[in-house]
Design a protein around this ligand. Structure first.
Ligand SMILES: [Zn+2]
Length: 97
């Protein structure tokens, strides 16, 4: 009787482990609230896929910049909003000065 109980418990433990692992994988694969931005001008980038060359995966949405590449800066949405506010203040200061 004891033997059977032990086996049963072990199986439950294994399932629990699998469930925990799956949760970790999902958390890593879907980073929430992450914004991909251009490393040159810090504007949001747009995913263009492997249309031209495999190294050109993202395109800057800022027409003045025109950056294309695959190395983008990933920051949290909170940081991005903060940065935009700072940029607004900066451009205002420049206009005033
Ligand atoms: Zn740019």
């Amino acid at each position: 009787m004891n033997k059977i109980n032990n086996q049963h418990n072990r199986k439950n433990d294994e399932y629990a482990n699998i469930g925990a692992k799956r949760e970790v994988v999902i958390a890593r694969r879907s980073p929430k609230d992450v914004v991909k931005i251009c490393p040159i001008c810090f504007s949001p980038v747009r995913y263009i896929g492997n249309v031209f060359e495999f190294i050109l995966t993202y395109e800057c949405t800022n027409p003045d910049c025109g950056w294309k590449g695959n190395i983008v800066v990933e920051i949290s949405k909170e940081d991005y909003e903060e940065m935009k506010e700072k940029q607004k203040k900066k451009s205002k200061e420049q206009k005033n000065g």
